[in-house]
Design a protein around this ligand. Sequence first.
Ligand SMILES: Cc1cc2nc3c(=O)[nH]c(=O)nc-3n(C[C@H](O)[C@H](O)[C@H](O)COP(=O)(O)OP(=O)(O)OC[C@H]3O[C@@H](n4cnc5c(N)ncnc54)[C@H](O)[C@@H]3O)c2cc1C
Length: 466
Amino acid sequence: MTTSSTINGGISFWYADQGTPPPRAPLTGDTTADVVIVGGGYTGLWTAYYLKRAAPFLRITVLEQKFCGYGASGRNGGWLYNGVAGRDRYARLHGHDAAKRLQQAMNDTVTEVVETAAKEGIDADIHRGGVLEVARTPAQLTRLKAFHEAETAFGETDRTFLSALETRERIDIADAVGASWTPHGARIHPAKLVTGLADTCERLGVTIHESTPVTEIAPKRAVTPYGTVRAPYVLRCTEGFTAALKGHRRSWLPMNSSMIVTAPVPADVWDRIGWSDRATLGDMAHAYMYAQRTADDRIALGGRGVPYRYGSRTDHDGRTPPTTVRALADLLTAFFPQLAGIEITHAWSGVLGVPRDWCATVALDRATGLGWAGGYVGSGVATANLAARTLRDLVQQDSGQGGPTDLTTLPWVDHRVRRWEPEPFRWLGVHALYAAYREADRHESRTHTPTTAPLARLADRVAGRH
Ligand SMILES: Cc1cc2nc3c(=O)[nH]c(=O)nc-3n(C[C@H](O)[C@H](O)[C@H](O)COP(=O)(O)OP(=O)(O)OC[C@H]3O[C@@H](n4cnc5c(N)ncnc54)[C@H](O)[C@@H]3O)c2cc1C
């Protein structure tokens, strides 16, 4: 594994081929709109898209601090899949049927994104190969079986359980002892999707201002250094960056996730590895990994490095600590010893938003016209689309253009959560949590115990995840 020539940062590998998109003009003075959206990632842009499609007369303005796709939407692992953070808690709060409706809506969302991208001519290297989640230790296998059963109970009756042999016939992963496969997933090129979406919005008549940081979000206005946009609806779509906004320091914690990508893997090595269906790949470790086979035959793999920066700070254009790059490279060769010696061409990081109860939400406050969506905890590629269609329906309902819909009545709508602890407790808590997960993973690998390490259960409880 070679990391000496790795390009580190530069937003992400996904922009390496095509470069970052040509900049759009910043805001130049005060103005008005019907809806102003803060943040040009999947959430903000899908919301603009669906609102404009539903009501072409609406004047919609998107304000983006850097460029559309600067955040997680231009840096992620490209898993377009049906996972939604907090589903099990929503089942406890609102009943199994309500949570099942949410899951069904997520299953449908994967198809919605694939079909809408095709309809709008957005080529995002989408390949619908499903999602393969693999176990590599006996304890992971126990969790995998429980996970498989839970997902089936939530309506994924088309899920398949694979033995060790069947798993390795699909992808030759060292130490694989079993896997669960679902068709509800697709591999995407994250940056192509977000830049295509921004272009589509603009084509439909949405106004997008880039290099325009919003310094304050208040009822009926978004304030920037270059002017204020006044609108009846102000929608906050800033996910992992939310903590930098006035009044939101402790709302959603910016959790880091880091990625590496290999040089294109030679055809004879692919012959040995397999992975011909290009399913997105994940595991059942507590500090889990996620990977995809890219359209140009590389492997992009991500996981948790430094989980969180003191004071909710975010990285500088994706720059990643060398120890994290090394750890991810080691993980890649643990999965695929066939790749020993391959070059790691890029490494980068990004932030995702984690609410205190690890539950994704979408909301519109009728009294103020302030809306928001996010807290997707690392499964936002598809969830952002469902959130956006829900924001559309909430705005339409509030403005008298529609009534309640199947989406506005889903259990994650208008969910409120307490704030994170102040520093230094926030930093200490998150670092202790991931130290516990890493130790639990080591313990499970070392001992080959079939049960989840007690330390991980304790960490889950303390973190408020279950
Ligand atoms: C490394 C990594 C890998 C991931 N892999 C996956 C995956 O494989 N599958 C999956 O489902 N999810 C994944 N995620 C999560 C997923 O990418 C996100 O949940 C999703 O992209 C969130 O979209 P968003 O539009 O809400 O936020 P973002 O894409 O972060 O967009 C927010 C935008 O708001 C802008 N902004 C912030 N503050 C301001 C301000 N004050 N003024 C103006 N603009 C502002 C930012 O610049 C940014 O462009 C991953 C995340 C990371 C970081």
